[in-house]
Design a protein around this ligand. Sequence first.
Ligand code: GTP
Ligand code: SPV
Ligand code: MN
Length: 615
Amino acid sequence: MERAVTKMQLRDGKSMTKNQRLSKWVDEVAAMCQPDGVHWCDGSKEEYQQMLDVMVEGGTARWLNNDKRPNSIIVRSDPADVARVEDRTFICSRTKEEAGPTNNWADPAEMKKTLKGFFSGAMKGRVLYVIPFSMGPVGSHIAQIGVQLTDSPYVVANMHIMTRVGKRVLDVLGPDGAFVQCLHSVGYPLTLKDGSRRNDVPWPCDGSNKFITHFPDTKEIWSYGSGYGGNALLGKKCFALRIASAMARDEGWLAEHMLILKLTNPEGKSKYVCAAFPSACGKTNLAMLEPTVPGWKVETIGDDISWMKFGKDGRLYAINPEHGFFGVAPGTSMKSNPNAMRSLSKNCIFTNCGLTDDGDVWWEEMTDEPPKHLIDWHGKDWVPGKEAKAAHPNARFTAPASQCPVIAEEWEDPNGVPISAILFGGRRSTRTPLVNEAYTWQHGTFLGAIAGSEKTAAAAGKVGELRFDPMAMLPFCGYNMGDYWQHFLNVGQKGGSAMPRIYFVNWFRKGADGKFLWPGYGENSRVLKWVFERVDGKAAAVDTPIGRLPAPGSLDTNGLQVSEDALKELLHVDVAGWTEELAAIRAHFAQFADRLPKGMKEELDSLEKRLAAAR
Ligand code: GTP
Ligand code: SPV
Ligand code: MN
């Protein structure tokens, strides 16, 4: 299969920028990677369409039925490249200590040396695309600029949806503006080091040599060997969380793995809420839920990342740095997340989903009745009852955020939206109650720091394993997690009484029968309502050793189909269980040695005392 790149009109965009650092860097990378040509992306619709054509002609993608899913494609990845790879993700800060015990560290100079070996000649036979992009509304004071260099048309197309791409970004960058350097190659050159040639494959990657590396001190990202999701769309986790968290630490703001939603009560009063749940633990679902509580409304600002800075009034204002959704497909249905389904009606990229006989996509739980036959994500025949899944558990859709029917009108406000509450959460089948309000910002930071969650398919590895995932940032914090907690405390100090209230939620508690006790999805609006009314001083709470839980009758259960016993269990504080957990929390904290903030030690001691008093 010959690449269709030769047919593409390449754009020499040097004239598009006067930024010397950018031009020089593109030249250096081109010299190292030796692509057949360089194309500067202008971010136009035509360019996006051209990328889809290149992918379809090259065998990477195929068109879906235009009557069912207009202007959309399906892509199947290499089975060796289906999710983020946390064990191949590195934070290359000056010292190991700065990366901290929860990150893989590598010496920056040594890592660069290793990577130069892999990158040299890595783009032979391919085009090097230059993607200038803005994370956040172009020109917003909270936004940041990046430039990704990549040899993957799939990445270019996805970046078009997920970020704001093109010349307008270079205009804001100007001759000496700062930008994050994001270098990416799938690591599959068509001419090898010994001069031999090989044909391209539908999903080029280097399955056995992946490196997702970050250099926070120089604000650089070098990613090699993977074309998938957060490994390859470098604006997302690599920049907007790992690099941005380090920038935020230095500059006094927050870069978080949080959705942002607008919640409006029946009287028409609105509040904005952020929520941090680990990967595949319900952010996209919560961000666009359809409340079951009459008169309440949820609208979407963002579904994965929140950047927050203080406004002139001393409150925290959040923007969604992204421009699209890269969402988990399996489980998404008209029942669970109708607004996501509606966002997917056209102009989407589907990766590792099933392909139906009439040219549409399907994944597990999308419909009650599965199609009688389809082509699964491996490209094989699939029929209902077959053991293999039709879609990979981490199959994803890429959809423009503007297509979401409940996108809030202010979602692109360059000044962001003022945040009233922050929810932390996890996927925890035991112990953690449905909702719990922190006593103070410091206590809330502690609740975030001890968040436990069962692993999901969003990252390679064993699914279901319980681990601490502080603030849903375990895989995404670009520096020492102990310092990150201290930064969280510092920001809280600065904001004082204007800071959002903090809550901990868990939709995933299970009963003795192994089934979820809480129906979740739209019913989560009951918890949002309680949070809203707590912030307004209207809903009642009871103090418990772990925090403030809804007082009897204060959680709206009107019309809720949950048994009394289940509700009791959901709001039960398991004192013995939490006491048992103290040792694990102590061990978790001990990793950070003298980088553990004093405030976290205090909170742990207080928790221990409150638990002892309750026994
Ligand atoms: P990333 O994009 O990986 O960061 O994931 P996310 O946090 O946005 O998760 P998402 O909303 O896509 O949800 C992932 C899976 O969790 C879905 O496939 C749902 O099946 C499930 N889920 C989401 N919300 C709920 C809920 O309220 N209850 C239950 N039981 N499952 C839920
Ligand atoms: C996550 O894993 O949290 C995601 C998907 O949002 S990825 O873009 O692959 O990181
Ligand atoms: Mn995520």
